[in-house]
Design a protein around this ligand. Structure first.
Ligand code: IMP
Length: 180
């Protein structure tokens, strides 16, 4: 049913599996003995963070924050709001922020600065997708699944008006869906 609204599959289920395995191995090496705090930014992080953490063979703690930048449309508003804070002290912790996508970078920049201000020892980003052409602030995610062009995509956590997050792959939405 959801598939009829998708113009093109950009990152398939198989590719997502490979990405999670590759990044999971890399993170396991880099964070061995560091007991990282893996923070997911709700709600887009859910499928990717879920898969990625099961591909990491080390001890970790998980936490969530809900920070919004998009308000239902397809353009970033630049207006960032913390809807749910972490609730875990981050002093001297190594943080891995997991995201579905980095676009302008504004959301993550705000969160990274906040965690650094609260005393985190290190903060790195693990993202399924990176749209470097969309970048407005200087931000270099260290762990990137794959780079995509400046297209509006949905699926695997990414939504359009709260829908399509449950697609098992990442795809480009047919323009008529959001021109309705
Ligand atoms: P940034 O602050 O512009 O980097 O925005 C990051 C957030 O914007 C992501 O967590 C998504 O929620 C949303 N976003 C950015 N690009 C897309 C897209 O192509 N589809 C759906 N949501 C997107």
């Amino acid at each position: 049913m959801l598939e009829k609204d998708i113009l093109e599959v950009l990152v398939s289920e198989e590719q997502i599996e490979e990405i999670a395995q590759r990044l999971g191995n890399q993170l396991s090496e880099d964070y061995r003995d560091k007991f990282p705090l893996v923070i997911g930014l709700l709600k887009g992080c859910i499928p990717f963070m879920g898969k990625l953490m099961t591909r990491m063979d080390i001890h970790m703690e998980v936490g969530f924050m809900d920070v919004s930048s998009y308000h239902g449309g397809i353009e970033s508003s630049g207006d960032i709001k913390i809807n749910k804070d972490l609730g875990i002290p981050v002093q001297d912790r190594h943080i891995i922020l997991t995201e579905d996508i980095v676009d302008t970078g504004r959301t993550l920049k705000v969160v990274m600065d906040l965690l650094t201000y609260r005393g985190a020892k290190s903060v790195e980003i693990a993202t399924l997708l990176d749209k470097p052409e969309g970048r407005i602030v200087t931000l270099e995610p260290k762990y990137v699944g794959t780079t995509i062009p400046k297209e509006f995509v949905v699926g695997y956590g990414l939504d359009y008006e709260e829908k399509y997050r449950n697609l098992p792959y990442v795809g480009i939405l047919k323009p008529e869906v959001y021109n309705k």
